[in-house]
Each structure stands twice: as C-alpha cells, then as structure tokens.
Design a protein around this ligand. Structure first.
Ligand code: AMP
Length: 538
C-alpha cells in the first residue's frame, strides 16, 4: 500500500474541473481577429470546450494521443483548444506564426499534426505551405464561417462545435502523457520539439502560482504568445486560479494593450522586454492613460533592462518581475522576487536584486559549471554554463537526435552563461553563442546593453562581437534612439565609461531605426552580426 495517494495522477483536467466548479462566473474576455470584443465566463466556455473535445474525437477523428496544430493569436478559441486537447488526452501543437516557411513545414510534419486550427487573418500566411504538410487532413478556421477560405477541407470552428454533444467525462489521461508540443525558435537549424506532459505542466502551474501574484480576484493578460512555450503557462495558471483572463488577439501595439488594461482592469500581464519598452514609451507620451489596475508585469525571454524596472516602479507603481526560462523548462524556471529582509533595503540595492533573472522556482535545482564541467561557486563572481533539473524540465528533445548535446547526467545544459549570487539569484551574462571574447577576455553583452538602455535617449540597444584583426572580436553597440533625442556616439561612450571596465567600451555605437527581432521578440543578434560584419572596416 502506498503511504499517500501517490497514484493520484497529476492531470490538468483536475485543475480545470475545480476552477469551473468553483469559479463558474469568472470572466474570459477576448479580442477577435476583426477587432470585436468577446465576453464570456468559465461556465459558458466549459460547454464550448466540451463540445470541441467531442468534435476533435468524433468529427475530426483525432485519436487519443494524436496531435492537432494551432496557428493562432492569443484568443478565446485558442484557449478553448488548449483545454479541450489537454482534458481529452490529445496534444496541442502550437505553431509559431513567425517561423520561416520551411521551419513550419518541418515542425508540422515532425509533430504529425492531423488537423490545423487557423485564425482567419492568418490563413494567407499558412496557405502557401499547406501543400508541404504530410499528415494534415483538414483545416478548421477559428470563426463562424469557412466560406471563401482557400485551404483543403476547410470547416468553420463554430459549425464544428455546434453539431457536437459536450464531452461529459474526460478520459483517464496518464500524468506522463503529453498535452502539448512546443518547438524552440532557434535561428539555426530545424526547431527542436519539447513534449510537455500533464505532470510537468501541473507542477509548473502549482509551483509558479506560489510565487506569482495571481489569485481569483486577478485579471491576467498574457501578451507572450500562446504559440511560444504555452504563453509561459499564464493561461493555465489563470484558469487554475479561477482568475479573469483577458486575451489580446492580434493587436499587440502599446496603444491596444493600454486600452485593454484600462477598459478591463488588468492586474498582471506578461511579455518580453520589447513589449514593456513600447508600453513605457506610450505611457510617457500619454500621461492621461490610466493603468493603475496593473500591479505586475512579468518580463523575460531576454534580459530586462534595469532602467525599465526602475521607471515602472517610479512612474506607475508597477512591479516588473524578471523571469528566466526556456521552451525546455515548460518554461518558467527562475523569478526575481525579493526575500523578506530585502524589502527594507534602499531602492538601488533592491534593483540590484530585481534586475537579476531571479531565484529558481521551488522544485527546480540549478548550478553553474566551467568549461571542464566542474561546478563553480555561487559567489556572484564566477561564471559558467547554467545547468538545471527538476520535474518540469525536459529530459530530451522530442524524437530528435540532437538530444545528447543538451542533456547530460540528468541535467539540461541551458547554453546560458551565468553567475549565481550568494543569495541564490541567477544572473545571465550572455547566451553562450553571443559571448564576446576580446583578447582572451570575456565581455558581457547583456551588461553593456543594460547600461546603454539606462541612458535617457536610448530606447533599445544590442551589443554584438564583430571580428577584429588584433583582438579577435570587439564589441559594437547598435542603438535605437528615442524620438527627437540627439545623443551622439561619443555621448553614449562617455555614459558607459565610468560604468564598465575600459576594455569593454564598444569600438563603435551605430544608430539604427530598429533592432531586428526573432520570432519570439528577442534581439536577433545572429542577423545583426551578419548584417554588420564589416562595420569595423575590416
Ligand atoms: P526560448 O526557448 O525561445 O524561450 O529561449 C530561451 C532562451 O532565452 C534562454 O536560454 C535565454 O538565452 C533567453 N532568455 C530567456 N529569459 C531570459 C532572461 N530573463 N534574461 C536573459 N535571457 C533570457
């Protein structure tokens, strides 16, 4: 006999059913592809989710364990798909709409998707590649009508679910069964897939909820796409808590987001730094905008500028919670929250902590190792590759021969170069492949970027290593200036001079209109390096 109910499976439908039972009237608000606003509640949406689950099984003939693709914004039907697939033992394969066509083909075929659900305004984007999909039998258009839609076997979502009986009981899904395929958005090679299981997602949800300020009285707006690492788990977390969920649809402009914050009373939102930098710009220009309902922005995916955390604290009383994670970690793994004794510290000292990527979420273990694989001390000085393990960290890439490169001795090798402070906060100094090595010395591009972005005239900055005859590589900064600002190259060098070691000073500061971004909104350093390879005139 087990001592406890250890055989009680950690399946997502347990969290789901309880939320619907306890919070039937919690709201779900969604911006539609045509700009309209849909307003509903957990109980009404439950009926739709159950109909959808039946339709996936009976109408679309997707068997238990089969995969359906989604090519969609953050909206209510995408949310319904998340839960209908999870609860019924199917797999939701979220397709990143920003992948290159050949990458899209690769992941659809690799995931073996049987049906793809597409937002109407994204049909033209997927249309040209559907011929290359080998396993897809039909397309479901996320709307009322499939008329005039040029996709093979296209049907309308609303017709599909209208004709189905709600699934009364969820099947006995095993906790180790996958519920989602998430693929990395690497800029080189084919994306690598991670199969999130019920157990891993359940534990990710519970553990992160213990750290994040989300209760049933909150209103959660995930800006981070549902096609990237399950929107960092925010739709699952919101549902599990019975919180109001506000889904922004296709309009992710600062103006669109601020309007939703104001009209819907959003309390917590999550997205990459570029999103919050844009919102900051907007709020600075529109002092009448009222975002006082917001208490926190969770921000990660790339390093969060210290100056931004400071600005939101000072001007909007909003706490920016810096988070780190990877597709391979389900994805939230570290969160920067203060320890109790730190609340009395000076604000600048608190900022020193808040700007780190944070402490591992309860349940995860981290360490840093040198190039020889030896563990390094947590002294805030030594830096090496971050290794991580725990119940919601991938053990492999799904069906992929590249697994051994990233998983060793029970640890995931993150490819991030980090320090860990004596208090246990992880500080990412660079992505291993973005590290700048000049004359044998390491230069942290993230520190340089962070310091540049603290200059009042700088909106965004990225620093990459450019080939140099004598020093192998030298840092070059690429900067987007604030509208109307007149900082010069030498102004920015002088701004850096007292703040970084002398040999770190970039050889050039190049002003550009926009920093190219990857499919998930991170600075595309590979492209910047390629585009400006000759910037030092060699
Ligand atoms: P992805 O799998 O697309 O979510 O990318 C994961 C990678 O994004 C990590 O390995 C880091 O290099 C980077 N990343 C995520 N969060 C942060 C952060 N807060 N600071 C710096 N880099 C980050």
């Amino acid at each position: 006999m087990p001592h406890m109910m250890d055989d009680f499976p950690l399946r997502m439908s347990t969290l789901y059913d309880q939320a619907v039972r306890l919070h039937p009237s919690s709201e779900i608000v969604s911006v539609e592809s045509d700009g309209g606003l849909y307003r509903s509640d957990y109980s009404t949406v439950d009926d739709r989710i159950r109909r959808l689950a039946s339709a996936i099984e009976s109408e679309l003939d997707v068997p238990f364990g089969g995969a359906v693709g989604t090519f969609a914004w953050n909206n209510r039907r995408h949310h319904e798909l998340y839960w209908a697939t999870a609860n019924s033992g199917r797999i939701c394969h979220t397709l990143n709409i920003r992948l290159l066509p050949e990458q899209l083909t690769y992941i659809v075929n690799h995931g073996g998707d049987q049906v793809i659900f597409v937002d109407p305004d994204l049909v033209d984007m997927i249309g040209p590649v559907v011929e290359t999909f080998e396993t897809v039998r039909a397309f479901v258009v996320l709307g009322d009508s499939a008329e005039g839609i040029d996709l093979p076997n296209a049907i309308a979502y609303e017709d599909l679910i209208a004709g189905s009986e709600p699934m009364a009981r969820w099947p006995a899904v095993g906790e180790r069964d996958p519920l989602m395929y998430c693929y990395t958005s690497g800029t080189t090679g084919n994306p690598k897939g991670v199969a999130y299981t019920h157990r891993s997602t359940y534990l990710h949800t519970i553990s992160n909820l213990a750290n994040l300020p989300i209760s049933a009285s909150d209103n959660v707006l995930p800006v981070v796409p549902m096609f990237h690492a399950a929107a960092w788990g925010f739709t699952f977390m919101a549902t599990a808590r019975g919180a109001k969920l506000t889904l922004p649809g296709p309009d992710l402009s600062p103006e669109g987001l601020v309007r939703l914050f104001e009209n819907e009373g959003v309390t917590i939102s999550a997205g990459v730094p570029t999103v919050w930098i844009g919102v900051q710009e907007y709020l600075a220009k529109h002092p009448d905008a009222d975002v006082s309902s917001i208490r926190s922005f969770v921000c990660g995916g790339s390093a969060v500028p210290r100056a931004m955390i400071d600005w939101y604290h000072e001007h909007q009383d909003i706490t920016v919670i810096h988070a780190w994670g990877m597709t391979e970690t389900n994805p939230l793994a570290t969160l920067s929250v203060l320890k109790p004794d730190m609340h009395d510290w000076d604000w600048e000292d608190q900022l020193d902590v808040l700007e780190t990527q944070g402490m591992p979420v309860p349940g995860l273990e981290v360490k840093i190792v040198g190039e020889d694989g030896e563990e390094l001390p947590h002294d805030g000085e030594a830096f090496g590759e971050l290794l991580i393990r725990g119940p919601w960290v991938a053990a492999e890439y799904y069906n992929d021969s590249r697994t051994p490169q990233s998983f060793r001795d029970g640890w995931l090798r993150t490819g991030d170069v980090c320090k860990i402070t004596p208090e246990g906060y992880v500080r990412v100094t660079d992505r291993a492949k973005d590290v700048i090595k000049s004359g044998g010395e390491w230069i942290s591009s993230l520190d340089l970027e962070n310091t540049l972005m603290a200059h009042a005239d700088v909106v965004e900055a990225t620093v990459v290593g450019v080939h140099h005859e004598k020093w192998q590589e030298r840092p070059v900064a690429f900067v987007v200036k604030r509208e109307g600002a007149d900082a010069s190259e030498s102004d920015l060098i002088e701004h850096l001079r007292p703040r970084v070691p002398k040999w770190w000073l970039p050889d050039r500061v190049v002003f550009i209109d926009e920093i190219p971004k990857t499919g998930t909104g991170k600075f595309d350093k590979k492209l910047v390096r390629e585009r400006y390879a000759d910037v030092l005139g060699e």
